[in-house]
Design a protein around this ligand. Sequence first.
Ligand SMILES: *[C@@H]1O[C@H](CO)[C@@H](O)[C@H](O)[C@H]1NC(C)=O
Ligand SMILES: *[C@@H]1O[C@H](CO)[C@@H](O)[C@H](O)[C@H]1NC(C)=O
Ligand SMILES: *[C@@H]1O[C@H](CO)[C@@H](O)[C@H](O)[C@H]1NC(C)=O
Ligand SMILES: *[C@@H]1O[C@H](CO)[C@@H](O)[C@H](O)[C@H]1NC(C)=O
Ligand SMILES: *[C@@H]1O[C@H](CO)[C@@H](O)[C@H](O)[C@H]1NC(C)=O
Ligand SMILES: *[C@@H]1O[C@H](CO)[C@@H](O)[C@H](O)[C@H]1NC(C)=O
Ligand SMILES: *[C@@H]1O[C@H](CO)[C@@H](O)[C@H](O)[C@H]1NC(C)=O
Ligand SMILES: *[C@@H]1O[C@H](CO)[C@@H](O)[C@H](O)[C@H]1NC(C)=O
Ligand SMILES: *[C@@H]1O[C@H](CO)[C@@H](O)[C@H](O)[C@H]1NC(C)=O
Ligand SMILES: *[C@@H]1O[C@H](CO)[C@@H](O)[C@H](O)[C@H]1NC(C)=O
Ligand SMILES: *[C@@H]1O[C@H](CO)[C@@H](O)[C@H](O)[C@H]1NC(C)=O
Ligand SMILES: *[C@@H]1O[C@H](CO)[C@@H](O)[C@H](O)[C@H]1NC(C)=O
Length: 656
Amino acid sequence: MTSPDLILTLQLALQLILTCILSSTIAQNPVDNYAPTVNTNCPEASAGLVRTFTPQTQALNTSEAEYILSRESNVISNAWFNWLGNASDIGYNFQNLQDKFPRIGIAIGGEGYRTAQYGAGVLSGLDWRNTTARDQGTGGLLQVASYLAASSGGSWLLGSLLMNDWPPLQELVYGNGAELSSWMLDLDLIVPSFDGSDNQAYWGSILASVESKSNSGVPISVTDIWGRMVSYHFLNETTRDNFYTNDTSHGAGQLWSQISLLSNFRNNTMPLPIVAADSRQAGSGLTTALNSTITPFEFGSWDPGLSAMLPLQFAGTYLTNGLPANASACVTGFDQASFVMGTSSSFFNAVLNVTDGTSFGFNTDNGEEDGMNFLFSQLSLHAQSDTKDAANWPNPFKGVNPATFEDSSSDWLELLDGGSNLEKTPLSSLLVKARGLDVVVVIDGSADDPNYWPNGTSLLTTFERISSVLSSSHQPMPPIPGNAASFVSTGVNMRPTFFGCNATQGQPEYPIIIYLPNAPPLDGSAPATNTGNTQFSYTSMFTAVFINQAFMNTLGGFKPNTTSPDPNWGQCLKCAAIDRTVHARSDFCAQCFEQYCYDPAHPPSSAELPDRQFSFVNPDPSGLDKVEQWLESNKATLAGCIVAIVLIIAGIVGFM
Ligand SMILES: *[C@@H]1O[C@H](CO)[C@@H](O)[C@H](O)[C@H]1NC(C)=O
Ligand SMILES: *[C@@H]1O[C@H](CO)[C@@H](O)[C@H](O)[C@H]1NC(C)=O
Ligand SMILES: *[C@@H]1O[C@H](CO)[C@@H](O)[C@H](O)[C@H]1NC(C)=O
Ligand SMILES: *[C@@H]1O[C@H](CO)[C@@H](O)[C@H](O)[C@H]1NC(C)=O
Ligand SMILES: *[C@@H]1O[C@H](CO)[C@@H](O)[C@H](O)[C@H]1NC(C)=O
Ligand SMILES: *[C@@H]1O[C@H](CO)[C@@H](O)[C@H](O)[C@H]1NC(C)=O
Ligand SMILES: *[C@@H]1O[C@H](CO)[C@@H](O)[C@H](O)[C@H]1NC(C)=O
Ligand SMILES: *[C@@H]1O[C@H](CO)[C@@H](O)[C@H](O)[C@H]1NC(C)=O
Ligand SMILES: *[C@@H]1O[C@H](CO)[C@@H](O)[C@H](O)[C@H]1NC(C)=O
Ligand SMILES: *[C@@H]1O[C@H](CO)[C@@H](O)[C@H](O)[C@H]1NC(C)=O
Ligand SMILES: *[C@@H]1O[C@H](CO)[C@@H](O)[C@H](O)[C@H]1NC(C)=O
Ligand SMILES: *[C@@H]1O[C@H](CO)[C@@H](O)[C@H](O)[C@H]1NC(C)=O
């Protein structure tokens, strides 16, 4: 650069900086609602804000326990009656079942948009409000569930359902012409603007949000940017009309701890939500395990190594031995729904090189990678801590369990995507002993095999962790195939399967697991649900085909040696859901169990699933082509813009 150019650049940079300073001090930008409130008064708790326990003294938070009990008595018992009727079609008499209904939890696994959509299709199929699912007999299981746990992309679906106050899924995904404006998955998560012109405005809003947090003195990371982007699609304040404006907060300011204020929570209509995240020892860069859980009430870990919980509304506060630095050192507003969804899906440890600020694994053709790199370079200008590729949570557990808690002397926690240790479905959150579950439904959309179908790795990893580190704090897992190859050869990764059907009567040893893996259409048609983890845009037609396939499989069950749905599947699902309550299994249910239970002594075979098609076929090739063609012809301009921005930043950095 010649020196007049340099001076010009510096002048421009100075102007920019002044504008930034002015706009941040004068205008109240709605996206700044992302900033937590610091230095607020702490509750007067002489014993400290953190509750600790051991695997033996483990207990639920009182608010959680109360929620579960009132939901069970006020809502779930009616829901069972709606779903089962007099139960004569499955060979029981409802009157004899109602002493104590089984307690059910649903776990939605994650990996990006694929699993949010897979989860939505499956939940529609289990939802009593969906009359097609209701007629098939599968619709109703969602209403009798006490818990709904999710991780990563699954947490986007969960957050969307919760923060929108529990609408029917098709309204949530496609919009309802009123307050729900659809997920807008056709707008790319990272580069939403087709012609590129509005991306900078979008990124500017995202960065403004994140800066507002940083300005309050709370450490940020790329996870904040990520969570803010996710919010444009899954929270309720963004429409096509206001997407590229600062007219609304775009979900900033919506807090996870405030879920308890929503009307469908207050009247116990929602299952209790749990979000899972992994952790990495601060500064280590290595260990990951599924062990942090977030409910609307608490944040912490049930792992024997920590066994401690913090009231979620005070997340963001530094505590030592449960105590703040002083009576007004508390932080609130840190538990942004954006940040909770971002934390659970924070996979940047796998896709970001923090040394040189480049990402990999994102699409390079449509500008996603350049977009991420740009955002990361911006972040680096403002980041307040060493860790940029994990979710930074100020450590409330400093000083707790120093012998076993690896972060007991760290000031912050580094949280990661709930599936980073390969437990893609947050099953262990539901197996916590105090939660006392009888049935766990596992919605597994993991992309394990070369065609992006699950191969049981998630369940196998949970099995391994539960039988080793978590044996004192969690319920055991029922028998499952011993390795991924057996999941594949038995075919249980490709159709609904029940695990743990034969537990001892009375207090069950382990819950029944109802496994609902993402699988090709029963009828042998081309699959559209096995897309990649980093596909961050879907045309509306693609989404419709995708969700419909997941929905139809959920309604279809499987009939051995055929490509037809099983007309009894809805009833069989009822048999599995109610089984822990019955004294003697009916003939009808025994027959179901023969078909759907995994019996290690007589394993089934993948040969019973004939004529399935495994390779992904794009259901809307012309839709994507159009975008791709456009991008092809505008690539130069797009790249030019990004280069220009990077140059300006380089100028600013040089200047400073
Ligand atoms: C149970 O309900 C079905 C249909 O709702 C009815 O046809 C049947 O007679 C009932 N059976 C008993 C034992 O009440
Ligand atoms: C049931 O759910 C599917 C999938 O979300 C949706 O396409 C369909 O419109 C719903 N049907 C009813 C009757 O609500
Ligand atoms: C969005 O949802 C929040 C609660 O999650 C609610 O308070 C707010 O009124 C909703 N806003 C709109 C525009 O629907
Ligand atoms: C939103 O505000 C920020 C900060 O003032 C700005 O950088 C950004 O460009 C604005 N976004 C839009 C879409 O106007
Ligand atoms: C719970 O509240 C919602 C919203 O007000 C309402 O639509 C729903 O019918 C209520 N459910 C029950 C069981 O009262
Ligand atoms: C998470 O699990 C790992 C391994 O099981 C353990 O080392 C670590 O201390 C746990 N972290 C927390 C926060 O409990
Ligand atoms: C339970 O959660 C609430 C809400 O976060 C909190 O106020 C309370 O201290 C927690 N502890 C117990 C023991 O219930
Ligand atoms: C309390 O602690 C906070 C955080 O360490 C600090 O910013 C603040 O100045 C302290 N306030 C008082 C009154 O000491
Ligand atoms: C990260 O970037 C640095 C500097 O360019 C390079 O030396 C290193 O190999 C990169 N690491 C990875 C994992 O790509
Ligand atoms: C199963 O999936 C994992 C990835 O989750 C992969 O590493 C492994 O090779 C797969 N195994 C089989 C037998 O498909
Ligand atoms: C499916 O076909 C195989 C091979 O013909 C046979 O061994 C098996 O018994 C059949 N399964 C059922 C449930 O009919
Ligand atoms: C359950 O027990 C029955 C009767 O003892 C036996 O026939 C069946 O094979 C067992 N099923 C499983 C899944 O273990």
